[in-house]
Design a protein around this ligand. Structure first.
Ligand code: 4FV
Length: 259
């Protein structure tokens, strides 16, 4: 997998992709990250890459030509076709499902805006997909690009060792992740749930699925709507809800007793 990032801050993007799993994947040539700075393609003496927004109003807009020249050089830099993504709040929300689809592509171009954004004509002619990492406004698309490089990069074959396998990821099965524990099994902050110390892998799998279902029901019920639950999952979620209702009743009774 090759990423080509068009950005005014190439060092920032390279640094984000140089650490941890993604950094190691680059060293092992499982993925490659190249950057293209539109300022290197500006033709005026001041290497101008932005201009006043037409129609007046605050803020600047990134100019067509420096970006177009950078994208042209990027496309010609390698044989594979490049799928160009523009990061912006106007894009579709990035999901694990979209990440898993992008991870199958040979090459992804990431166009990072700054200022108020990019001239719409450039987007119309050069961009294949617009993606958002969330409903908030950042000062640039670089963080979104770093998110995609990380989320897609770690899914490259061999990037994660078994222990880190993506199978157990949040959202990999559309549910939130279950709680995780490490030693010590006894601590002032509480003990590790007994089932996780039992060695009974079937019981551990059921416990983890029950916790994932329960957390998703409590914190992201919207995810449960999108997902058909099989018979076992429905039974485990029902068990979780019964136990949760019981623990809530006890909590409320204790609170009332303390009043
Ligand atoms: C953004 C987002 C984002 C908007 C104007 C960059 C900024 C500035 N990108 N998800 N949310 N981009 O806020 O991806 O140019």
């Amino acid at each position: 997998m090759r990423f080509d990032v068009v950005t005014l801050f190439p060092d920032f993007v390279r640094q984000c992709a140089a650490v941890g799993v993604v950094g190691r994947a680059q060293q092992r040539e499982l993925l490659q990250v190249e950057t293209w700075n539109p300022r290197d393609y500006a033709t005026d003496n001041y290497r101008t890459v932005d201009g006043r927004t037409c129609g007046g109003g605050p803020g600047m807009v990134m100019l067509i030509d420096p970006l177009r020249a950078a994208l042209k050089a990027m496309r010609e830099a390698a044989a594979e076709p490049v799928h160009v993504i523009y990061l912006s709040p106007q894009g579709a929300r990035l999901t694990q499902g979209r990440v898993e689809a992008l991870a199958k592509l040979p090459r992804i171009g990431l166009l990072c805006g700054r200022y108020e954004g990019v001239d719409e004509r450039l987007l119309a002619h050069e961009v294949d997909e617009e993606l958002s990492i969330g409903d908030y406004v950042l000062s640039g698309g670089e963080l979104g690009a770093a998110v995609i490089i990380d989320a897609v990069g770690r899914l490259q074959e061999g990037a994660l060792n078994d222990a880190q396998s993506a199978q157990q990821d949040s959202f990999s099965d559309g549910l939130l992740d279950c709680p995780h524990y490490a030693k010590p099994v006894r601590h002032a902050l509480g003990d590790v749930p007994e089932v996780l110390l039992s060695g009974d892998h079937a019981a551990i799998r059921r416990w983890r699925l029950k916790q994932a279902l329960g957390r998703t029901w409590l914190r992201r019920p919207d995810l449960l709507v999108q997902r058909a639950l099989d018979k076992e999952s429905r039974a485990l979620l029902e068990e979780f809800r019964r136990e949760y209702a019981q623990s809530e009743r006890e909590r409320l009774a204790n609170d009332a007793a303390e009043q």
